[in-house]
Design a protein around this ligand. Structure first.
Ligand code: MN3
Length: 201
């Protein structure tokens, strides 16, 4: 399949009062995400990956242990990551549904402990990357961090929540304050109903 840029599930100014400005979304969605789409399409044209699903391309081109991933992987995975990221946020403040709350308490002890681990993972990712709340195959939840475009699909995990810690995601609104960006993300931007809908039984 050919990659295409999805519309944001809200207007570009919808998250501004929650800490993600219109300018950030114009740069991040319309330019950065679009570049992964365009570059990915150019790179897969005429290869065995043209016509495969996005998930199959990500998993199939991931090279475990490689110092640098291929261009196809980098653009395909970043396209997938951003597709998820836009859906994981929303303009409406949501509470953590009880189903997810109890899973988080089982795995981390408390919501606050989970949030502390998530922020620490994002702050501790040296350079560009993502931090995640994932569900492992045994059903348990875990906080992870990944570099560049690497994501939970590469490890057979389900991505429940992911936060982009590339500087382009926070520099306009938070400058160098990545920890404040991460705390704001958890407390104001996450659509917890979307996160809960990703849980597998
Ligand atoms: Mn990004």
């Amino acid at each position: 399949m050919t990659f295409s840029l999805p519309d944001l599930p809200y207007s570009h100014d919808a998250l501004a009062s929650a800490g993600m400005s219109q300018e950030t979304l114009e740069f991040h969605h319309d330019l950065h995400h679009n570049a992964y789409v365009d570059n990915g399409n150019k790179l897969i044209a005429g290869t065995e990956w043209e016509g495969q699903s996005l998930e199959d391309i990500v998993v199939g081109t991931y090279q475990e242990g490689a110092i640098a991933q291929s261009g196809i992987f980098n653009n395909a995975s970043q396209h997938w990551n951003h597709n998820q990221f836009w859906e994981m946020m929303g303009p409406k403040e949501t509470l953590i549904p009880s189903e997810l709350e109890s899973r988080i308490q089982d795995s981390f002890g408390s919501i606050d402990d989970f949030k502390r681990q998530f922020v620490a993972a994002g702050v501790g990712q040296f350079g560009s990357g993502w931090c995640w709340l994932v569900q492992n195959k045994d059903g348990g939840l875990e906080v992870t961090k990944t570099e560049n475009g690497v994501n939970p699909l590469c490890f057979g995990q389900t991505a429940l929540l992911g936060c982009d810690v590339w500087e382009h995601s926070y520099y306009i609104d938070f400058r160098n304050k990545r920890p404040v960006y991460l705390e704001n993300f958890l407390n104001k931007l996450v659509n917890w109903e979307n996160v809960t809908s990703r849980l597998k039984n």
